[in-house]
Design a protein around this ligand. Sequence first.
Ligand code: SF4
Length: 330
Amino acid sequence: VKPLSKLLLAWYDRAQRDLPWRSAKPDPYHVLVSEVMLQQTQVATVIPYFHRFLAKYPTLTDLSNSTEQDVLRLWQGLGYYSRARNLRDAARQVVAEHDGKLPADLDALRRLPGIGPYTAGAIASIAFGRRAALVDGNVARVLCRLNRLETKIPAELWRLAESLVPADRPGDFNSALMELGATLCTPAKPKCPICPLKKRCQSLAAGVQDQIPLATKRPAKPIVRRWTFAIRNGNRYLIEQRPPTGRWAGLWQFVTLPRRDETPPSVRLSAPRRLGPIRHDLTHRRYIFTVYECQFISGSIGPRRWTTLKQLKNYPLSKPQLQIAQMLVQ
Ligand code: SF4
């Protein structure tokens, strides 16, 4: 019998999507940028960001010379901004410790900021041809179905992935497993009749491919409320920078308060007019911003800044804050 990797690679060679970071000899830096962007994010969303990022920072050294604000600006709208900060920190560390060249070794990769077992496995195998495994959401689903495992147990899935990855073309093999999960072995209605692994699939043999892996019930997301004041003076609005750590660190926002009974300190304002709520879902919580517009009357703005809506594009903003800006344009 043909090894599973042979079947999968033959399929990948004819069916793989043409993606900008794929090539016969991928640049390790391109692999790093694409893998970090693809965490929690769809391919179609990532493609334009990937092009803009490489246009601005063609090499890892260019990225290491960037400012954090510029990197956050380029990342705006992609979400999970700690990825952007970690990516820049990783570039700086590679320049400082590895002569500007990404290491090929799993342990050295894991010591870089923001690089976990998945990303290290992807870089080692795809960029350097090392026999390293990886498990992401797509791979986990494919492995569960092939082996008829009802629950995703990470240690078990990693062991399986490690036992399957071949010495020849390990990077393509990993990409192929992910590609299979993204295109054929999809969460709902897997396309088993055209799957290259259909004869090896224990779930298909038992007719249970639609029930595997078992859906895990997610607990309801806690709701976090914020109150945002779009404070206006002529055609300019008051904005402030978020603290250097925590969610949306270093990004800018309209004046936003964590409690309803406060008004922004040290400024006098006209009676606020309610514009409405903005909802923003993250993996583990839902934010609800209640947005008000009001006029600035007097007071000290401290380190905050005045900006027109047009000039806002010079500042990195989170998605909900961008939506608030959109509300104000209308
Ligand atoms: S046969 Fe179906 S369930 Fe099994 S791996 Fe292929 S697409 Fe997935």
